[in-house]
Design a protein around this ligand. Structure first.
Ligand code: SAM
Ligand code: DTB
Ligand code: SF4
Length: 321
């Protein structure tokens, strides 16, 4: 097995048993294989980075069991209005000056309201003018809204599956797995690059992890970017007391994602602040080639930029420009 994976070789017909078999490989065999897939498809030792900005915090009507921004949960995150275009411009310029290349803007919405769209469009245009790639994650979209975002210049839309179809209703009941797939279709059809992944550590089992990756790998087109988050356990959320994820199991999730989604950027996402450099180094070896960079995620701290600079230098990893 060597040489670049051609488009024709990318598979969209993964069976759950095959994905489970990958998880059950001896660890070294799995990482040997996933690392080869990384090298076949990407420039080695390069990491893509995205910076997060929470443009609308708290007060969300969805009941996601992991999220501090849900109005159903008891966290101390307070509802704030949508940031003004000027405030987003200032934050985007700061990110640009710090050497960032892509700004991922999150809103704690079930879906954007029509009255929010003019401001969202202005934000996209301003962020693009500054010279950053624009990514947004605003919840569910209509077909028309996806087209409007594309026309405004949006490069990426993040919309995660979060977990398996089978486990979905244990985590959120105010929307369905099929609602997620429908929005993903609208984004894809509008020609916006798709960023779609999930969370490890919601109390799901191995089957659920394999099932989520199987769904992602069997989408009509693989997402351009696949964030793999480790649950950040937050006070006041129903999942604050769930058992910790074994870090070796987390690395296996990255490795299997790399194999079934050979040409997607696999992003080592939330949870890095709780990981050692060694765990992260294993994730990069296993196939992760993207991170959230910058001191903050949405409501929580990310691994600090200073620590990350040191870690990337230590590992000989450079940031993709
Ligand atoms: N409201 C929009 C939505 O849910 O699609 C966008 C923002 S939402 C915060 C984006 C993603 O962040 C979620 O889909 C989830 O995967 C991730 N996320 C949220 N809280 C998290 C946590 N505590 N730990 C890990 N990932 C989390
Ligand atoms: C994604 O998959 N992870 C990011 C981003 N997409 C929007 C969000 C992580 C949030 C972590 C918890 C918080 O800071 O509230
Ligand atoms: Fe709302 Fe998104 Fe948080 Fe769910 S994950 S409660 S949709 S902000």
């Amino acid at each position: 097995m060597s040489g670049k994976t051609t488009d024709a070789q990318v598979r969209y017909d993964w069976q759950i048993e095959e994905v489970l078999d990958l998880f059950n490989l001896p660890f070294n065999d799995l990482l040997f294989r996933s690392h080869l897939v990384l090298r076949e498809n990407f420039t080695p030792n390069q990491i893509q980075v995205s910076t997060l900005l929470n443009i609308k915090e708290g007060g969300c009507s969805e009941n996601c069991g992991y999220c501090s921004q849900s109005a159903h949960n008891n966290s101390d995150v307070k509802a704030k209005p949508l940031m003004t275009v000027d405030d987003v411009k200032t934050a985007a310029q700061r990110a640009k000056d710090a050497g960032m290349t892509r700004l991922c803007m999150g809103a704690s919405w079930r879906n954007p309201k029509e009255r929010d769209m003019p401001e969202i469009i202005s934000i996209i245009k301003e962020v693009k003018k500054i010279g950053l790639q624009a990514c947004m994650t605003l919840g569910m979209l209509t077909e028309e809204q996806a087209q409007t975002l594309k026309e405004a210049g949006l490069d990426y839309y993040n919309h995660n599956l979060d977990t398996s179809r089978e486990y979905y209703s244990k985590v959120v009941t105010t929307r369905t797995f099929d609602d997620r797939l429908e929005t993903l279709k609208y984004i894809r059809d509008a020609g916006i690059s798709v960023c779609c992944g999930g969370i490890v550590g919601l109390g799901e089992d191995l089957f659920d992890r394999a099932s989520m990756l199987c769904t992602l790998a069997n989408l009509p087109k693989h997402p351009d970017s696949v964030p793999v988050n480790m649950l950040v356990k937050l006070d006041g959320t129903p999942l604050s007391e769930v058992a910790d994820v074994d870090h070796i199991d987390f690395v296996k999730m990255i490795a299997v994602a790399r194999i079934v989604l050979p040409k997607s950027y696999v992003r080592l996402s939330a949870g890095r602040a709780e990981m050692s450099e060694t765990t992260q180094a294993l994730c990069f070896f296993a196939g992760a080639n993207s991170i959230f960079y910058g001191d903050k995620l949405l409501t929580t701290d990310n691994a600090s930029q200073r620590d990350d600079e040191q870690m990337l230098a230590k590992l000989g990893l450079s940031i993709e420009r």
